[in-house]
Design a protein around this ligand. Structure first.
Ligand code: PMP
Length: 439
């Protein structure tokens, strides 16, 4: 098939898949129409939007979701990594019920925050002292501001395609609502270029902020050599190296930093660590974090009404101690590695221009051949095939991110992995002519 002909065929297949989606989801459409009248595009979380309209989810149990029209799905999205414990987990539920029985909004310190902080400090090599926030965005905002206050400098090195929060987004170099730090944007996985940028900005560099794997940027894993170059460079010029482990903290009990043996000065956390409640945290070396010690005459204040909210503290402590134990973290990592390698083998055997990048339980489908080391590589992927894959997977009962990302929860077992590999195989067979023609 010629490239033009196959593109026409792809557009026809997409139009048909979208029509099928619209016909199958009248209740989600009605919810969308209602939402559009009060929120721009009916949306309060950009990532959830997709044309023609997103599904409205109404309930979840274990690894399964149900939408407003009554369809059931295996949830492979895992709430973009915050849903590590699956849906309606009994241990988390019991912890929240106990907290609710005791009361909330008490305007005081609670018994759980130091206990959750203890678990986190014990696990993450870089964290001597830490503080809670309400989201990963806030954690990164605080970490960068902490580095600026600590170093009395202004420059912050980040990387193209990095995502650190709603106002810290570096896809395409940055977005108009980013907070106005003095950003220097480097290329991910280019250690030489990063070294050059660090020396060029040596006198003004407060922080280097990096994800050990670009999560939203396509599950592109950082080379150890790249992260080590940042580690060494930060130490040379006196900048604060911050690992954004909001997504990668799940790679082991102590995150990706513990797996690699590379220790940043500060770490930011978020997502599942609050047991699925709103969560964020930033922490690091004692000498940096101590500025927040209110007993000091020169203490810096960091406020936040909900930083120690009792639901997050209770759910987080139960989740981290009873469910996401170090052994569970290793088992989840291994399950994800095994699934990704099966998906890659299946895609390769079919001769399709499809590959799966990622680490452990996080992975993304890319419709292209060749190495993917930075966002520009991933951008070569075929957007039409990606959308078709998403819609076809919904049709087969699998819920994942439209951009092709999967985040396995602890509830995803062998049967769900087998069923998904079969569904991908089925997709590859039913769409084989398109997949081979478009490269
Ligand atoms: N950092 C990374 C690496 C993330 O993936 C995200 C969320 N996707 C954030 C920060 C922001 O976290 P939140 O959505 O809780 O603000």
């Amino acid at each position: 098939m010629s490239q033009t002909l196959s593109n026409v065929t792809l557009q026809a297949a997409l139009a048909e898949a979208r029509e099928r989606f619209v016909a199958a989801n009248p209740a989600s459409l009605a919810a969308h129409v209602e939402a559009v009248s009060v929120m721009p595009g009916g949306n309060t979380r950009t990532v959830l939007f997709h044309p023609p309209f997103p599904l409205t989810m109404v309930s979840g149990q274990g690894c399964r979701l149900r939408d407003a029209d009554g369809h059931g799905y295996v949830d492979l999205l895992g709430e973009y990594t915050a849903g590590l414990f699956g849906h309606s987990n009994r241990v988390i539920r019991a912890a929240i019920d106990t907290a609710l029985d005791r009361g909330w909004n008490m305007g005081g310190q609670g018994p759980m925050e130091a206990r959750l902080a203890r678990v986190i400090c014990d696990r993450f090599p870089s964290i001597d002292l830490m503080r809670f926030t309400n989201s990963g965005t806030e954690a990164n905002l605080l970490a960068v501001s902490t580095a600026v206050a600590h170093t009395k400098r202004r420059g912050v090195l980040v990387f193209e395609g990095g995502y650190h929060g709603g106002v810290l987004s570096f896809a395409g170099g940055g977005i108009p609502i980013n907070v106005p730090h003095r950003w220097v944007v480097g290329q991910y996985n280019d250690a030489d270029a990063a070294r050059a940028l660090i020396s060029a900005h040596a006198d003004d560099l407060a922080a280097i902020l990096v994800e050990p794997m670009l999560g939203g940027g396509g599950c592109i894993v950082a080379d150890a050599a790249f992260l080590q170059a940042l580690r060494d460079g930060a130490a040379d010029v006196g900048a604060v190296l911050i690992f954004d482990e909001v997504m990668t903290s799940r790679m082991s009990a102590g995150g990706q930093q513990a797996r690699l043996g590379i220790t940043p000065d500060m770490t930011t956390l978020g997502k599942y660590i609050g047991g699925g409640m709103s969560f964020g945290a930033f922490g690091g070396r004692r000498g940096i974090m101590e500025i927040y010690d209110p007993r000091r005459p020169d203490a810096v204040s960091h406020a936040g009404t909900f930083n120690n909210n009792v639901l997050t503290m209770a759910a987080g402590h139960a989740g981290m101690t009873e469910l996401f134990t170090p052994g569970a973290a290793d088992a989840l990592f291994a399950r994800g590695e095994a699934l990704r390698s099966r998906l890659n083998a299946t895609s390769r055997d079919a001769g399709a221009n499809l590959q799966w990048t990622g680490l452990g339980s996080l992975m993304t489908a890319h419709f292209l051949r060749g190495d993917i080391r930075r966002p520009a590589d991933a951008a070569r992927g075929d957007a039409g095939l990606r959308e078709l894959f998403f819609l076809d997977m919904l049709d087969r009962g699998f819920y994942l991110a439209r951009r092709g990302m999967l985040a396995l929860s602890l509830e995803i077992g062998g049967a769900e992995c087998d069923a998904f590999v079969d569904a991908v195989q089925d997709f590859l067979e039913s769409r084989s002519s398109l997949l081979q023609a478009i490269s």
